[in-house]
Design a protein around this ligand. Structure first.
Ligand SMILES: Cc1cc2nc3c(=O)[nH]c(=O)nc-3n(C[C@H](O)[C@H](O)[C@H](O)COP(=O)(O)OP(=O)(O)OC[C@H]3O[C@@H](n4cnc5c(N)ncnc54)[C@H](O)[C@@H]3O)c2cc1C
Length: 257
């Protein structure tokens, strides 16, 4: 498959860099085509603003999504955005590699979301969730944290990690139509011994060797929601992981019973 790894860490020798390198090596060894977007190395512009639009649809009032749609339609979207969109379009699997910063992605990666997933490319009217423009593609987050797995347990002080990652898992990936793999998480790599870090890298390589078998996150299908976009009364709210081969939505022990 074609894989895009989006790497958002300012230090190539970081543990995030090591995870990226393992992913590239493992996936290529398994015969996959791998592209990498190294956002810091590329100096990727992190803010969506007027400079993204050489030609304005409305020069009197800046409405980003209106300008994005117009530029997408006219083919005048800025070259750095177009290049990233080309990579996303080619990819069957998108891996986002980043450290958790203030409970979210580094700003440069948030900017990649804001600027690349334009109205017209990432979404448009009537195309979201089950009918999202990215359907048929898969995505996975590979994330490091500064605190422990316990702090990110459901009852942990930082809050459940799937809640923390929900804005990306659901707000970006599921919304635009991706099937979303369970994330690869490495907690506190800076506190680990070299042996423990090597084991984490080995674990990630093993996971990637069997990427097709990795569980995916369960999201309710659009048909579970009413016209008010709230769950229908007879539908039991669910979350967690499901195994890809089994349909519909049998949820394993990590999910609800
Ligand atoms: C602005 C900011 C906000 C933050 N907010 C949060 C937050 O909200 N929640 C939270 O949990 N954390 C937070 N953090 C902490 C952050 O998530 C961690 O610092 C980060 O995840 C650690 O990953 P790293 O790649 O930067 O580690 P690094 O410190 O780069 O690496 C850890 C160790 O791994 C070593 N290493 C590198 N390559 C290899 C290799 N190939 N083999 C073995 N070892 C290797 C490095 O030399 C280093 O000793 C924040 C940090 C910042 C700067």
């Amino acid at each position: 498959v074609n894989v895009l790894i989006v790497f958002a860490h300012p230090e190539p020798r970081s543990f995030n860099g090591a995870l990226r390198d393992v992913a590239v090596a493992t996936l290529r060894a398994d015969g996959h085509e791998v592209e990498v977007s190294d956002l810091y190395a590329a100096g990727f512009k992190a803010v969506a603003d007027a400079d993204d639009f050489a030609l304005r649809a409305d020069s009197t009032y800046l409405c980003i999504d209106l300008e994005q749609a117009a530029a997408q339609e006219a083919g005048t979207i800025s070259p750095d955005i177009r290049a990233e969109q080309g990579k996303v379009a080619r990819a069957d699997l998108v891996v986002l590699q980043f450290p958790l910063w203030w409970f979210g992605p580094p700003a440069i990666l948030k900017g990649w979301f804001d600027r690349v997933f334009t109205r017209g490319f990432g979404y448009r009217s009537g195309c979201k969730y089950d009918t999202g423009l990215m359907r048929g593609k898969r995505a996975m987050l590979s994330v490091t944290t500064g605190t422990s797995a316990d702090t990110y347990a459901a009852d942990g002080i930082d809050g459940g990690i799937l809640d923390i990652l929900w804005p990306i898992h659901n707000g970006l990936l599921r919304y635009t139509g991706f099937e979303v793999h369970a994330p690869n998480l490495v907690h506190m790599p800076h506190r680990m011994s070299d042996t423990e870090r090597a084991a984490e890298l080995q674990h990630y390589a093993s996971l990637l060797h069997q990427i097709d078998d990795q569980p995916t996150l369960f999201f309710h299908p659009s048909s579970d929601y009413g016209t008010d976009e709230r769950l229908l009364a007879h539908v039991t709210p669910a979350s967690g992981f499901q195994h890809r081969a089994k349909q519909p939505s049998p949820i394993d022990q990590d999910g609800p019973s």
